[in-house]
Design a protein around this ligand. Structure first.
Ligand code: ADP
Ligand code: MG
Length: 209
């Protein structure tokens, strides 16, 4: 599994949000995106998810060019800003709805996934009643359920306590062992260093070596 960005740029009007980015990501590794607010971390993640059109360059996902050969990466899970779950449904019900769209994850696996992030699979509370940390955990569960080939986590440890952070570390270890490409952004430099095998520094849309 690999992802290769070749001279990727994204402009919106006068603004250059991603500036000639060339990078390669390999399976079985955790890549930490480091950079100030507004440096382009989320935009880069959105590009890899196939959620934005590029102004220049291309993204090769294991031999398929995004927006040419494929519309979206075939096997990807992402936690991006503002995950949208349904307020009136429990965590398990929300995951089931999403898994049904993908059509290949069994309920047993969804339950295990909820346990792994530290949510009870039989918790009867609906999403509306979730705390911020619980919402974050459900977002992580939705991103990693079914162990996708690519896992993108934008600020995954926001609102998590130490036990929650430890669970994220464990989940990343498992995904690594399965060979997923894992890309994480986190503004806590120390924690990002702990989570990542490789740090990628980004500033004003450019990669800093
Ligand atoms: N839809 C948009 N239109 C115009 N500019 C945007 C849009 N989304 C983000 N930006 C700008 O792109 C830059 C990078 O944003 P972002 O990737 O969210 O930064 P980060 O995640 O590193 O904090 C910022 O200057 C932001 O204002
Ligand atoms: Mg961001």
């Amino acid at each position: 599994m690999y992802i290769q960005l070749k001279h990727v740029s994204k402009r919106i009007k006068q603004d250059i949000l991603l500036d000639d980015i060339s990078l390669e990501f390999q399976g079985g590794k955790v890549y930490g995106l480091q950079g100030k607010n507004g440096s382009g971390k989320t935009m880069l993640m959105r590009a890899i998810c196939g959620l934005i059109t590029l102004s220049e360059g291309e993204i090769d996902i294991n031999g398929d060019i995004l927006h040419k050969d494929i519309s979206f990466p075939e096997s990807i899970g992402a936690l991006l800003e503002n995950p949208s779950f349904l307020n009136g449904y429990t965590g398990l019900e929300n995951l089931k709805l999403l898994a049904d769209i993908q059509g290949k994850i069994k309920e047993k696996e969804l339950r295990e996934c909820l346990m792994k992030v530290g949510l009870g699979a039989d918790d009867k509370r609906v999403y509306r009643k979730y705390s911020l940390g619980m919402k974050q955990k459900l977002g992580i569960a939705a991103a990693v359920m079914g162990s996708p080939d690519i896992v993108i986590l934008d600020e995954p440890i926001n609102a998590l306590d130490e036990a929650g952070v430890e669970k994220v570390r464990e989940i990343l270890r498992e995904l690594k062992a399965k060979g997923s490409v894992i890309i994480v952004a986190c503004h806590d430099r120390e924690e990002l260093n702990l989570l990542s095998d490789e740090i990628i520094n980004i500033s004003e849309g450019r990669i800093i070596v």
